[in-house]
Design a protein. Sequence first.
Length: 238
Amino acid sequence: MSKLFTIVFPTRGRLQLLEKILDSILFNTANLANIEVLIAIDSDDLETQEFFQNKLYCFVKTHIVERSLNFSRDYYSYLAKQGTGKWIIACNDDARFETKDWDLIAERVLNEYIGTGANIVHGWIEDNLNEYRAKGHGKYCCFPLIGRDGFEALGYVFPERIPTWGADIWIRKLYDNVDRVVDLPITIAHYCHHNNTREQDDISIRIANNQVGFDVEPTYNEINALLKGLRDAQKSNV
């Protein structure tokens, strides 16, 4: 059965963080039947695999994958393709859902915004990093929401040319170009595990060693793919 929201993220060896984000989803989601959380676990990460053998969450589906340096292609976009959600949220294992009934709030705002048009939209979700953004990185959100139609038009959540950091900034720039950004009054806080603790675990090392920086721009083809999807939807409604 199709869901309303598909939440996707990779994890590795961060069991305490993992349990906290899953509990935050469990306690703050109004209707768990409307969501699915798809988690990528590396095939050699036996610790995390064992965690899910002993602790069951009815809304979680785990996917065992080969360890990759390209998070965008091999974790986020891969998981989104396996999901059924009308909207996709690209998340992290060091995030927390902090708004009670976030799913009902987001569904209402998104449906009002989309109307009968294409589900090509970027939902801007509040987080706790406004001070960081004020330093010059612009208005972007750590955990972007996108509509399934936009994902299908592009074929990915994030482009593989941006393997780690910077992909969230790219999403904002892309959807700004087609004027399809809506603010969502919900908060997913980012606890920035490796930034705050400076702990060099496997995830943080892979991210830091494979970043392309923050000067990331959408291509003409990416912008045009979304515009075409919007035009096609408009024609079908005439």
